[in-house]
Design a protein around this ligand. Structure first.
Ligand code: ATP
Ligand code: MG
Length: 219
């Protein structure tokens, strides 16, 4: 599903990733943990094709992403990768339903079909009653679940999440974590989750520990 080999990345003279090799199977829920500055976000951004590695190869669902041209790459990202960030990054002017529809519209889905899919996804996540509300009218936990719905709508190969529960209280945090595992069980969804949350890391199939730009251990 995801295969990284020899990934390196520097910002100026600072080498942030020093040779990362990583294989992730379909349906795996993998956490990445490690101290601040270890390179976790940088690795996730590179895995998600939002940033480019200096060297190494990335195979995502059978595609070698460095071979893609800019336009192909954005289409690939739109269809194959879902992102969930620490802060929901929903568009404030749009309703929950519209926010979820946007990646489907970008993928060329008709607006009626995108609306249908967005409604189904929101219902699946227990948010059907909140679909017509804008982000400011949703709780923190609801906003993160809308962000998960948006990440899911194109049936991506993988969802990449960077501290997705970092802004939530304990109850919403636990609900969001449970949602990840439900989505894996029901849809076979693959997740890579950067987290500082030890209780989440303990629940995942595998925990990758990063220190100073390298993988120090896998548990
Ligand atoms: N665009 C950038 N330009 C220069 N330096 C950067 C850039 N992005 C990240 N860095 C540096 O790279 C290092 C790794 O950053 P990264 O964001 O990957 O860490 P992290 O493991 O996600 O940390 P945290 O747990 O605090 O989020 C840090 O020293 C950071 O300051
Ligand atoms: Mg980070």
């Amino acid at each position: 599903m995801i295969e990284l080999q020899g990934i390196t990345k520097s910002f100026g003279t600072l080498q942030v990733l020093k040779g990362i090799d990583l294989m992730i199977e379909k349906g795996e829920v993998v956490s990445i943990v490690g101290p601040s500055g270890a390179g976790k976000t940088t690795l996730l951004q590179i895995m998600g094709t939002l940033d480019k590695a200096d060297a190494g190869t990335i195979l995502l669902n059978g595609t070698e992403v460095s071979r893609l041209k800019e336009k192909e790459l954005s289409a690939f990202r739109n269809r194959q990768i879902g992102f969930v960030f620490q802060f929901h990054q929903l568009l404030p002017e749009f309703t929950a339903l519209e926010n979820v529809m946007i990646p489907a519209l970008i993928a060329g889905t008709s607006s009626s079909e995108a609306m249908q899919k967005a409604k189904e996804t929101l219902t699946f996540l227990g948010l059907s009653g909140r679909a017509s509300h804008k982000p400011a009218e949703l709780s923190g936990g609801e906003k993160q679940r809308v962000a998960v719905a948006r990440a899911l709508i194109n049936n991506p190969a993988v969802i990449l999440a960077d501290e997705p529960s970092g802004s939530l209280d304990t109850r919403n945090k636990e609900e969001l974590h449970q949602l990840f595992f439900d989505l894996r069980d029901k849809l076979g969804q693959t997740f890579v989750i950067v987290t500082h949350d030890e209780s989440l890391a303990r629940l995942t199939d595998r925990t990758i520990h990063m220190v100073d730009g390298r993988i120090s251990s896998e548990v």
